[in-house]
Design a protein around this ligand. Sequence first.
Ligand code: GDP
Ligand code: MG
Length: 333
Amino acid sequence: MYTTTLLMPLTRSVAFGSSRPFSCGLPGTAASQALTRLASKMPRAGIVTVVGKPNVGKSTLLNRIVGQKLSITSPKPQSTRDRVVGIYTSDDSQMVILDTPGLLNPGYLLQQAMRSTALRALDEADVIVYLADATEGKPPSLVEAAELASPPKAPVITVLNKSDAVPASRRDEAGAGEDVMYISALTGDGVPDLMARIAQQLPESPFLYPVDDISTQPVRFFVAELVRETVLEQLHDEVPYAVAVQVEEYREERSPLYIRAVIYVERDSQKAIIIGSKGAQIKSIGETARKKIEAFIGTKVYLDLWVKVLANWRKNPGSLSRFGYQLATGKSK
Ligand code: GDP
Ligand code: MG
């Protein structure tokens, strides 16, 4: 069974040791000045939902803002299936950032669940960051792109990402100067301006989470995602899309920390591909994933990786909910 630590939210201090220390003590007069400033100004805090078509860089942006690799990224589309939460806290504002699956027309049940996850996150937002790919020219409006019945309640900031891949002379074509921001989530260019703009639009509110928290999701969620990301990197065509990963055992009291994870696929032929000739493929996936997990948790890990078949799980409501994917509720299509 999972240990209690696993069910706690992810915090800088728990998950990352001293690599990202949070300092709450300020010396002498600086401290009193800071306190006076904080006392005279209500902080701002709220939910910032990042939406857009697949592959525009939503997850890269979440990681850039939080300053940690939390959400998996990939050149392959549809890498994010779930809502991924990252928390960024500064002196006077806190952004609870929701990274979402890309907006697309759903084909099968898993994609329906992904779309409804994105739509629910839009409903929850205090500020929406609508991200588009600058290399693709002027984007459609969010209402068009997401095929929404009505505009969302929250203010929308339209952002063109991948500015590093567009010569400045071509920026006009994509609508620069029409209240559209240009950023590169990859290089960080323009991201501080975007964060300032988001912070301005957040409601005045006390912080929603302790200043040390960086996510509301448990460590085991991120561990499973890192295994899935590795599968996305190492395998091609349909196989990565047929993969779900579950962490079934996580033992912190062991040294090295013991994790048993299962890679679920839909067919025997996919299982054979994941295992590879003489087990070479699963070994390679395991080695790479283990290193990522060790970097993430900050300790040595023994990763015990298994492959199982769960026939057609992407089309099965019971299997989807087992993996934590939520199907549409009334409002979402
Ligand atoms: P998502 O599907 O919207 O979450 O997109 P990802 O964050 O997974 O990124 C998709 C691909 O675009 C990845 O290969 C990223 O490295 C790449 N990417 C993301 N942001 C940028 C950027 O600012 N510039 C460039 N050149 N590539 C980017
Ligand atoms: Mg993503």
